[in-house]
Design a protein. Structure first.
Length: 430
């Protein structure tokens, strides 16, 4: 008799609809690869009457998705609702507690409650899979869990958000202002109507927290993480970066330094000849530095129905093969309460841009403020602005503690000669 596993798909937006169609059309292929047939027994969505490019038999519709968690004939629940709390969390907790395997693309949920959910999954000997939660179709999670299992990872970083990368690329290549680049991203479907989490760095932070826990065998840490977005970057910064030989990218980095983990998300100036500086448009790239393999690079589409479905199917096949795995590589008991450190004491060279009144003695005062905070000038460029009464000063600093650099910006922001908020962008040597 052919072995089957019964599936409930919850959430039928773009990704859910694409996934449903793919699974329906490729059942035989997946059976041949796993020796188990994936069988959709129910689907559920917030709006049953919504127009979709799908033909779903009425008998498959489930009004209350939570009821699926108690059905004896249900083996796997695919959660594609989204959001860290509410119905998505209830569904996943109840499903795992009732010994149902769960596959999700919900990065916010995993980042916020991954520790708790992994514990429930392990207790009930079911899989909690979330490859699709990080970087769409890039198989970074499975790479860490399996391909790099023999390696000690010391650093994982990359461009983890396609929307912000598209905006910065448009500003650079097409000379668009930030607002115009964001509008174009919305028109093309690369940005949501409310793109806040993409542009303020929260989306990258959620993904980075998950990658950190996997890379360093630690629990997810939601407190010790530095997060900055891209909304303050303008054409002047893009042009200045180009003149200095850099590209501006929003990056997420987690690294182990002196047995402490530092997590950070922020725009960075990256030398224009480096690999990561050349990742443009909606592409994502993740780089892991580890021993004994060295550097591992994964690049691809970071979002969209097709790439996300690719990762969902990868997780599904893992479950269909009958492999019960720990959600975060090792047992919950063996995961570390790792030491996390803030960004404050890490040293950076930075790009500092000051728009000031063009008056005698200002440069001298800026130098005094920097010296007081143990920050020294490596390079200085002074450009007149359109308003001839003002001047734009660009300073590249020598390496200094992040806390000291932030204090310099805070002090200069309050000076009477400063005409706009100073800009600080870290220079990343990767």
């Amino acid at each position: 008799m052919k072995k089957k596993m019964n599936i409930v798909v919850v959430g039928l937006g773009n990704i859910g609809s694409y996934f449903y169609n793919y699974l329906r059309k490729n059942k035989k292929i997946l059976f041949n690869k796993t020796n188990t047939e994936p069988n959709i027994v129910y689907v559920s969505a917030k709006s049953l009457g919504k127009k979709r490019n799908l033909k779903i038999p009425k008998k498959l519709w489930l009004k209350n998705c939570l009821s699926a968690t108690k059905m004896k004939n249900v083996d796997i629940i695919i959660e594609l609702i989204g959001g860290a709390d509410g119905i998505a969390k209830k569904l996943v907790v109840q499903a795992l507690s009732n010994k149902k395997h769960v596959i999700t693309a919900n990065k916010a949920l995993v980042a916020k409650y991954g520790n708790q959910l992994a514990k429930i999954a392990e207790k009930n000997r079911v899989n909690f899979e979330f490859e699709a939660a990080v970087c769409g179709g890039i198989p970074i999670i499975r790479s860490i869990k399996e391909g790099l299992i023999a390696n000690n990872i010391s650093k994982i970083y990359g461009i983890l958000n396609g929307t912000s990368n598209y905006i910065l690329t448009s500003m650079d290549k097409d000379k668009l202002e930030y607002k115009d680049a964001l509008s174009r991203a919305k028109e093309l479907g690369y940005a949501e109507s409310n793109p806040a989490s993409d542009i303020n760095g929260e989306d990258v932070a959620s993904k980075l927290k998950i990658l950190t826990a996997l890379s360093f065998n630690s629990f997810i840490n939601n407190k010790s993480i530095h997060i900055e977005g891209i909304k303050d970057i303008d054409q002047t910064d893009i042009n200045n970066a180009n003149q200095l030989g850099y590209k501006i990218k929003l990056i997420g980095i987690a690294e182990l330094l002196n047995n402490k983990i530092i997590q950070r998300v922020h725009p960075a100036l990256i030398k224009n000849n480096l690999y990561i500086a050349k990742i443009n448009g909606v592409l994502n790239a993740v780089i892991a530095e580890s021993k004994p393999v060295g550097q591992t690079v994964l690049q691809g589409e970071g979002a969209g129905a097709g790439p996300t479905t690719s990762s969902l199917i990868s997780d599904l096949c893992s479950v269909l093969r009958g492999n019960i795995k720990f959600p975060f590589v090792i047992s919950n008991i063996k995961r570390k309460i790792a030491l996390f450190e803030t960004i404050n004491n890490k040293k950076f060279s930075v790009y500092l841009r000051l728009d000031v009144k063009d008056k005698h003695g200002i440069l001298s005062d800026i130098a005094k403020v920097m010296a007081k905070n143990k920050v020294s000038i490596k390079r200085l460029i002074q450009n007149p602005t359109e308003n001839k009464k003002n001047s734009s000063i660009v300073i590249i600093t020598h390496h200094a503690k992040s806390l000291s650099l932030v204090k310099v910006v805070q002090t200069l922001k309050n000076k009477k000669y400063t005409v706009s908020k100073p800009k600080l962008i870290r220079i990343e040597e990767i």
